[in-house]
Design a protein around this ligand. Structure first.
Ligand SMILES: Cc1ncc(COP(=O)(O)O)c(C=O)c1O
Length: 397
């Protein structure tokens, strides 16, 4: 019976200490992101890198946009095309591409773009630490897949140089996170871009954690490497992280977007985002570009680098090639292995939001507290967290 099977699997998950459950996570309780807030912040688990989920200017335009109604009432190709094209123009300008297309989430974007583009006679080269939504997009596509070791450009190059092997495929795609969501390291986009140009492949970059974070005015990982996207590049993004809202998008050249409008199933067969979300997203790009949130975040990363590099534990196994001074993103994987969930609980009892990340999200043995910082944190917040982690280590490990 199905119920028996489900109960057995749930028991197994619990026995293996991998059971997932909800936790209340109220913004007003844990996120102190309204501008000029002086409160101590103990939230180190949010992707709200610029504090825009509680930004007054965004909240005001959203209130105003409620005049369009609470829902979009249909797919973009039926009744759901309201103010969405205005957001797409904003995104294209922000990403410096000819065109763009908004989906209902970043997850739906990866699923819809990869499955529409990567066909039976194609090859996908995908980083071993890519986000689950990329992995699922690849699974849905009929292309052949090779998972390459994390950030290993030489490995990819060898494959591309094997003419006999490569000649079997019509199109080759390299797919990578721009900033890796659980590790905070940056993909070697400059090298991957060069490979794509040299070997006529397409680079798909999921910049969910790079947009609003890296590059001048938060324009993302390509800008970080001073690369202007050409027709060998497709950029994917989400509105749910630095933009503080909900939704996803793809940005590329016009025919590519036209193709996706006609072929991408998670775009075609899903109700479009509510118009007030779209209005909020347009405002969020304006703020990212014109206010100093991004530079505040980038300054905070430098401050946090110094403080967290003094941690007595967790940092030793920090798996970046680069050292802490060079770290450039707001994601800090503090790898505590078996101690992760106990440490997370200890911090939770002190009012901290420091979510533990386990298998299958990360590999067994690399369980971690994924500390993420925002432009709204203050130096004292990092010092306080570091002290509490050090206290735990002294008393428990
Ligand atoms: C790298 C990456 N891509 C895609 C997604 C999915 O985005 P969304 O939450 O908008 O569905 C996430 C976030 O969960 C992510 O970290």
């Amino acid at each position: 019976m199905l119920k028996n099977k489900i109960n057995k699997e749930l028991d197994d998950i619990k026995k293996n200490n991998l059971y997932r459950s909800f936790k209340n996570f109220y913004n007003d309780k844990y996120v102190d992101n309204l501008e000029n807030n002086e409160k101590i912040s103990k939230n180190f688990s949010s992707n709200d890198y610029l504090g825009l989920s509680n930004n007054r200017e965004i909240l005001n335009v959203i209130k105003d946009a409620l005049k369009y109604g609470s829902g979009s009432t249909g797919s973009r190709l039926t009744s759901g095309n309201i103010n969405h094209e205005e957001l797409e123009k904003t995104i294209s300008k922000f990403k410096d591409t000819e065109s763009s297309l908004v989906y209902s989430s970043g997850y739906a974007t990866n699923l819809g773009v990869i499955s529409a583009l990567c066909a039976k006679k194609d090859l996908i080269l995908s980083d071993s630490l890519n986000h689950a939504s990329i992995i699922d997009g690849c699974k849905l596509s009929k292309a052949e897949k090779i998972i390459y070791p994390h950030r290993d450009v030489e490995f990819i190059k060898k494959i591309l140089e094997d003419e006999k092997f490569i000649s079997q495929f019509e199109n080759v795609f390299i797919i990578t996170d721009g900033v890796f969501s659980m590790d905070g390291d940056i993909a070697p986009i400059d090298k991957l871009f060069k490979l794509c140009n040299d070997f006529n492949c397409t680079l798909i970059v999921d910049d969910a954690h790079g947009t609003g974070v890296l590059g001048k005015k938060g324009k993302g990982t390509l800008k970080h490497f001073k690369i202007k996207a050409n027709e060998n590049v497709i950029q994917i993004g989400t509105l749910s992280k630095a933009n503080g809202l909900l939704g996803g998008y793809v940005a590329s050249y016009s025919e590519m977007i036209d193709y996706l409008i006609n072929k991408s199933r998670s775009f075609i067969y899903s109700t479009s985002l509510p118009p007030y979300v779209i209005t909020g997203a347009i405002k969020s790009f304006e703020l990212i570009e014109n206010k100093d949130y991004v530079s505040k975040l980038q300054k905070n990363v430098k401050i946090a680098n110094k403080i967290f590099s003094g941690l007595s534990y967790g940092i030793n196994t920090y798996n970046f090639e680069d050292n802490y001074n060079k770290h450039e993103t707001p994601i800090y994987p503090l790898i505590f292995g078996n101690e992760t969930m106990k440490m997370s609980k200890y911090l939770d009892n002190l009012g901290y939001q420091c979510i533990g990340i386990r298998y299958p999200t990360v590999a067994r043995g690399s369980e971690r507290i994924r500390v993420s910082i925002t432009s709204c944190h203050k130096k004292e917040d990092f010092i306080n967290l570091k002290e509490e982690i050090d206290n735990y280590v002294k008393t428990h490990i």
